[in-house]
Design a protein around this ligand. Structure first.
Ligand code: PGA
Length: 247
C-alpha cells in the first residue's frame, strides 16, 4: 500500500446535470469501500444536488482570485467551502489557454483556496509541440518553479496534477512508463525545493484516463491517482476507475 492516499477526481468541466449528480451519487453510495479518496468536481451550480452525507468529497473546477466584493460572476473560496467543497482544480490547461490564466493568477487563486482550507489541485503539463521538442521536463520545471518562487508554502498544501495537454480529451494517453517518468521527475524537482513535501505530495495523472488504462497507470510508484474528464461523466466507468486502485 502506498503511503500517500490515492485521489481519484472527476472533472466534469462544462458538462453534467441535476440528473447526473443524482445518478453519480447513487452509484458511489452503493459501493461499500474505496481504496482511494474519491472527489467529484461538477459545475458549481450542482454542488447542492449532492447530499451532505456521502462517501466522497466535492470539489470545484476553478475559484476567484478575490475574497469578496464587486467581481461580477465570480465565486469565492469561502463560498465554495460553505457549499461543502474541499478541493479546487487550479490552472487546468483549458483555463490557462482559453481564459488566459497565468502563473500569477494561478498563485492568487491557490492562495485564496488555502485561506479557505480548500486543497488546490494545481495542474501542470506540456503541449504536443513542447513534447516533440523534448521540452517536457523543462516546461514542467518552469511551471513548478513559478509557483514555488511566488509562494513556497503553497506546495505544502496542494495536490499536483500532471496533465499532458496532448492527452486531454484526445483519447491518447501517456503510457504508464511515460507518465511515471514525468511524475518521478516532478517529485525529484519538488525534492530540490523541499524534501519533506516531495515525500508526501500527491501527484495525480490526467489525460484520457479510462477504465481500461487506469489500473496500470495507478500501479506506477509515483502516480497517486487520477484527474478524469470524459470518463467521469459515466458513473459505471468512473466507479471502475475508482476501483482499479490496488491497495
Ligand atoms: P480527459 O480530461 O480525461 O477527458 O482527457 C482530463 C482533464 O482535462 O482533467
Amino acid at each position: 500500500m502506498k503511503s500517500r492516499p490515492y485521489l481519484i477526481a472527476a472533472n466534469w468541466k462544462l458538462n453534467g446535470s441535476t440528473e447526473l449528480a443524482h445518478s453519480m451519487h447513487h452509484a458511489l453510495a452503493a459501493v461499500d469501500v474505496f481504496s482511494a479518496e474519491i472527489l467529484i468536481c461538477p459545475p458549481v451550480l450542482f454542488l447542492h444536488q449532492f447530499p451532505k452525507l456521502r462517501p466522497y468529497q466535492l470539489g470545484a473546477q476553478t475559484v476567484s482570485d478575490q475574497a469578496q466584493g464587486a467581481f461580477t460572476g465570480e465565486v469565492s473560496a469561502r463560498m465554495l467551502a460553505d457549499a461543502g467543497v474541499s478541493y479546487v482544480i487550479i490552472g487546468h490547461s483549458e483555463r490557462r489557454a482559453l481564459y488566459h490564466e497565468d502563473a500569477a493568477l494561478i498563485i492568487k487563486k491557490a492562495t485564496q483556496a488555502v485561506l479557505a482550507k480548500i486543497t488546490p489541485i494545481i495542474c501542470f503539463g506540456e503541449t504536443l509541440a513542447e513534447k516533440k521538442q523534448e521540452k517536457t521536463f523543462e516546461v514542467i520545471a518552469n511551471q513548478l518553479d513559478a509557483v514555488y518562487a511566488a509562494q513556497p508554502e503553497l506546495l505544502l498544501h496542494s495536490v499536483i496534477a500532471y496533465e499532458p495537454i496532448w492527452a486531454i480529451g484526445t483519447g491518447e494517453t501517456a503510457t504508464p512508463a511515460q507518465a511515471q517518468a514525468v511524475h518521478a521527475f516532478i517529485r525529484q524537482h519538488v525534492a530540490k525545493l523541499n524534501a519533506d513535501v516531495a515525500k508526501t505530495i500527491r501527484i495525480i495523472y490526467g489525460g484520457s484516463v479510462n477504465a481500461s488504462n487506469s489500473a496500470e497507470l495507478f500501479s506506477q510508484p509515483d502516480i497517486d491517482g487520477g484527474l478524469v474528464g470524459g470518463a467521469s461523466l459515466k458513473p459505471d466507468e468512473f466507479i471502475s476507475i475508482c476501483q482499479s486502485v490496488r491497495d
